[in-house]
Design a protein around this ligand. Structure first.
Ligand code: SF4
Length: 208
């Protein structure tokens, strides 16, 4: 199946979406990655979390947020009283972008073109899952979802209304916490992250 012959209207289930994503050549990132990493979670999920892109572990496993950042996310969701198995977890960009340093594959941030090209899939995921609230984890996800560059500090801690009726919260990407060296700072930022997720849980409760 050629992606370019696939109409978005034909993609009405997560299984069809995964199959179509696996054929994607909309940007060059499919060439070097091991495989596409589709979103994962129940179609009935009220909450959708959107990260940046798969990392090395996710690229190998074919699943989102299974590496070190995923473990931080799991812990934070649990501390916020959210059950990951009920959340739809995905990324703004579905293939791993990296540069080789010897044998190591080091994460490389996706560029504006790649984010723009991959938004096609994120829009389809949102159309199929129809979450009540979407959470952008980090600036790349926020850029994809809002179609503009935003400062996380400027939009954090509130529920935004996007043009298409999407309700959106923006917080940090959990990998940010992994990069903080100072223990006290790390703990403080982690608590802030959990606070953001608690706010999302409360917003879902109010919408119910
Ligand atoms: S990153 Fe997204 S747009 Fe680019 S090839 Fe992969 S699935 Fe397609």
């Amino acid at each position: 199946m050629s992606l370019f012959s696939t109409e978005a209207t034909e993609i009405t289930s997560l299984r069809k979406l995964r199959d179509a994503e696996a054929q994607c050549t909309r940007c060059p990132l499919y060439r070097d990655a091991t495989q596409v990493v589709p979103g994962e979670g129940p179609i009935s999920a009220a909450l959708m979390l959107v990260g940046e892109q798969p990392g090395n572990d996710e690229d190998l496993a074919g699943k989102p947020f299974v590496g070190p950042a995923g473990r931080v996310l799991d812990r934070a969701l649990a501390d916020a009283g959210l059950d990951r198995s009920k959340v739809f977890v995905t990324n703004a960009v579905k293939h791993f972008k990296f540069e080789l340093r010897g044998k190591r594959r080091l994460h490389k941030r996706p560029n504006a073109y790649e984010i723009e090209r991959c938004r096609w899939w994120l829009d389809l995921e949102r159309a199929i899952v129809k979450p009540e609230l979407v959470v952008a984890l980090g600036a790349t996800a926020a850029r994809s979802l809002l179609n503009r560059t935003v400062s996380i500090a400027a939009v954090r801690g509130k529920i935004l209304e996007a043009g298409d009726g999407m309700r959106l919260a923006v917080t940090i990407h959990p990998s940010y916490l992994l990069r903080i060296i100072e223990r006290a700072d790390k703990e403080q930022e982690y608590r802030r992250f959990v606070g953001d997720l608690r706010m999302c849980k409360q917003a879902l409760r109010e919408a119910a």
